[in-house]
Ligand binder design. Sequence first.
Ligand code: SAM
Ligand code: DTB
Ligand code: SF4
Length: 323
Amino acid sequence: MNDMLKPEVAAGRRWTVAEIEALFALPFNDLIFQAQTVHRAHFDPNEVQVSTLLSIKTGGCSEDCGYCSQSKRHHTAVEQENLLELETVLDKAKAAKEKGATRFCMGAAWRGPKQKDLKPVLDMITAVRALGLETCVTLGMLKEGQAEQLREAGLDYYNHNLDTAPEYYGEVVTTHTYQDRLDTLDEVRQAGIKVCSGGIVGMGESRTHRAALIAQLANLNPPPESVPINMLVQVKGTPMQDAAALDPLEFVRTVAVARITMPQSLVRLSAGREQMAAPLQALCFLAGANSVFYGDKLLTAANPSAESDQELFDRLGMRVMGA
Ligand code: SAM
Ligand code: DTB
Ligand code: SF4
């Protein structure tokens, strides 16, 4: 039986925000040692999972997420585009596979998919999966029945981030609620699709907010299989373009706390790597990150090239998972 399905694991334990804050408050070396110990009990510490992202529908989004380059309410350099053609998506997926990616994640700047939009995305999922890649999509909020259609098309993972603490969400987004996000995660889980859900740090939130985000994720039953921890990419023209920079060591602490509280999940060192020097990324891997986005673009922002990541993995003696 898959470990995640064993009752004693699935039942999990509940974390209080105070317990998670206590982890954050540990001396740095103690926190990293604990995270690395938990990591080694569940994973090969020298393996990293790699996923390539593609924006299949860019810009023009109705939502007002304060960090996002793709909201039509912000004045950023991102131009609105139509949904990509199947052939274009397949070419990108083949190229990603050739460079060594094992999962292909397709993102759309939607509040959620309209039924007429979902059909072409279902075809993309089926075709990308037929290439031998794991599939992931992030399309916003799902209405009843849409998750089942995605699963039937062969979807492996659905990404839907909780992004921050429930108490801070209203400072970040006003056009949908935290409960909307939780409801979509529930739809995804009920449909039997694996959950990818994480958040963004560096949006002006407090450490207590970061602890509350991790508590929300870790207390999902079961926790997400994949937990992306994004460092805010400060995008010109968004309300968060001038957010105060977060101490990089606080980012490492957030990764460590995610690892300790979600021992069986892949913790992804996500957006913001282009702005991180190699030693900081190495600290994140030491803190238990074991997944990255791979390829020179995230959705609209830059990411390190596959070649520079290969060099980083070589320097660290890390291998790509499933390669
Ligand atoms: N529209 C869908 C949604 O909001 O769920 C899917 C796409 S949305 C761009 C996916 C995720 O990207 C967001 O939830 C957020 O975590 C992350 N993201 C977007 N812009 C970011 C930024 N500037 N810095 C860090 N993460 C970002
Ligand atoms: C996630 O947690 N981060 C990815 C993915 N899931 C969809 C997106 C990051 C976006 C970074 C900013 C951009 O490229 O626009
Ligand atoms: Fe739209 Fe998603 Fe960006 Fe929010 S994060 S503005 S929902 S694309």
